[in-house]
Design a protein around this ligand. Sequence first.
Ligand SMILES: [Zn+2]
Length: 407
Amino acid sequence: MPQTNGERVVADLKRLADFGRYKTGVHRPTYSAEDVASRQWLAEKFAEARLDPAIDGIGNVIGRNPRASRRLLVGSHSETQPQGGWLDGALGVVYALELARAFAADPALAGLGVEPIAWADEEGHYGNMLGSRSFTDALPDSEIADAKSREGVPLRQALEQAGYAGRPRERLDPSRYVGYLEAHIEQGDWLDSRGLKIGVVEAIIGNWNYWVTVTGQQNHAGTTQMARRRDAAATLMRLASRIYDRFEQITGPRTVWTIGRVLVDPNAPSIVPGRAEMQVQFRDTDTGILARYESALMELVAEAERAGPCQVEIAPISKSEPALMDRAFQDLIEQAAERNAPGMHLRMPSGAGHDAQILSRRMRSAMMFVPSLNGISHHWSEDTREEDIVLGVQVFADAAAAILQAG
Ligand SMILES: [Zn+2]
């Protein structure tokens, strides 16, 4: 089995966190100067590991392994959320680098190799998982032409400034790999709250989103009789309350739902609102449950529309399908976890989206989680115990070797 060097992994993670350090976390948006510098640093680390590095036309950093005949593609993203944590994405990239080094150092694993990759823009500063979609031919040129950052900067301009414009985009040749592996911090507290060390991901949740728009009549809050009002906010809040009640009745074991965005127009204390909107989201790994939620939501919206006095409309925003992880890979990750941390592992869904859901459409894919302290992520205070980082990389390497040997 490959021997990983935990001290080296922690040192590399700390070095990577220097690019855009913010308090105890990192602020490193995609294609920012810090992000570009960190990708250059990664390419140099890949070269030190005797890999052929390339930074491609969308910013993906890959280390091609010219010596291996059986390979795994292993990686995660390297940019961060605004004022985000130091491990979200970075952990999986540095684990991939360490696996490449550990495999190369072990004569018993000759011919087996890992190609590390740092995806660009999983966090969606310019789009949605740009790097992994580019790599798997799921990013049309038209989208690159149209995409803008949250601040309105065109993607084209950002790529030019980064120095990536005009470079070829690396593409997946599925025959080159046995599969894809990604390690990540859990970002929730299933592991930490149970004192467990390793999560074996069964599936990445599907995430369905809708806009609900209520149109009433804006009017004076002092002079308009209650019976004559067409108060858009009142209709929206009643509907929201019914949605919470109904969703609770039909929930699956791990379904989560959120009304995270509500707009009231004109949002003033003495005006009857003429318009109100909300975004309704639900997530589950089971398409049947997602479909059940969708019909319940549609039914409630239709009821509200019939009841009046406001007009109620619904439009889907996005519906990502759940992505199932490869079962044989899951078994081998679980066995590696059992060897290194007996009884300290858990099969679980991923409540967050990851690049592995994109790769899983094209090849066998799997994910492994390490615990997040108190389940905190997408915040600069995100952290994982050093001993858990060190244990995780050994389990991950052990699992990768088993997967490559299994054929
Ligand atoms: Zn992430």
